[in-house]
Design a protein around this ligand. Structure first.
Ligand code: HPA
Length: 259
């Protein structure tokens, strides 16, 4: 099973043949929505809209643990996430798609681990995204001819407010390329669950202080809608290209992580 997480403006994929909607209860509560289960590119896929199909769960209120646990309970070993981001790197334009390679976490008040009990676990997170899934996405972009930046550093902010111009200048000086509100703790929870995880970031706007205009949610949603065709084509091709069994080390993330 391959998991897909849709971000703002991505609620379904043409060609995804849904055979079932499944409500999954987890020890952490309910995921954002029912999972849509079916077939894409001949592979079993489970799709979850991160903000629910009614888009009524803001980034700081997403139950990230329930979402990731839900995928694991469905038997998914890989998850590809899509999210909207603001562009910090001056080379990025709205509509561009970035295959993320690194994360900087500036969230403040989210439950960010499955290990908040008595177990002392420090999971390796040097490379936050699965190299094998990233490779499938790069090959997908080549095969469908859709341009994809093959690396980028994502800074995750708490939200829901947007950033100040000074914050963006600071993030830029740290080497961040894009800014968003949902990449963490999603990525680390996937790692703690020994799932492969990769993320496509769609640049929906230029970040605060870079854009000459005031930022609006409408701009984010409209750009995401315009990019949905490209994102869907990339996901469809990537799902078909993912190797049947895992050759990465994501499935051993907890080995040597405990005390
Ligand atoms: N900042 C934070 N999150 C975002 C942005 C932004 O500019 N655009 C889309 N998600």
């Amino acid at each position: 099973m391959i998991g897909l997480i849709g971000g703002s403006g991505l609620y379904g994929i043409p060609g995804f043949e849904v055979s079932e909607r499944r409500r999954v209860e987890t020890p952490y509560g309910l995921p954002s929505d029912d999972f849509l289960i079916g077939e894409l590119s001949g592979r079993p896929v489970a799709f979850l809209p991160r903000h629910s199909s009614r888009h009524n769960i803001p980034p700081h209120k997403v139950n990230y643990r329930a979402n990731i646990r839900g995928f694991r309970d469905l038997g998914a070993e890989r998850v590809i996430a899509v999210s909207a981001v603001g562009g910090i790197n001056s080379g990025l334009r709205p509509g561009e798609i970035v295959l993320l390679s690194q994360i900087i976490d500036f969230t403040k008040s989210r439950v960010n681990t499955f290990y908040d009990g008595d177990d002392v676990v420090h999971v390796d997170f040097t490379e936050p995204y699965c190299p094998e899934l990233r490779e499938s996405l790069v090959r997908a972009s080549e095969s469908v001819g859709i341009s994809l930046r093959d690396s980028g550093t994502y800074v995750c902010v708490e939200g829901p407010r947007l950033e100040t111009a000074a914050e963006i200048a600071f993030f830029s000086s740290m080497g961040a390329d894009v800014v968003g509100m949902t990449g963490m703790p999603e990525a680390v929870l996937a790692r703690e669950s020994e799932l492969c995880y990769a993320a496509l970031a769609v640049v929906t706007n230029l970040a605060a202080g870079i854009s000459p205009a005031r930022l609006t949610t409408r701009e984010v949603v409209e750009t995401m809608n315009r990019s949905a065709g490209d994102v869907n084509a990339l996901l469809t091709a990537a799902v078909g290209l993912i190797p049947p069994s895992r050759g990465c080390r994501c499935g051993e993330a907890l080995k040597d992580a405990g005390m």
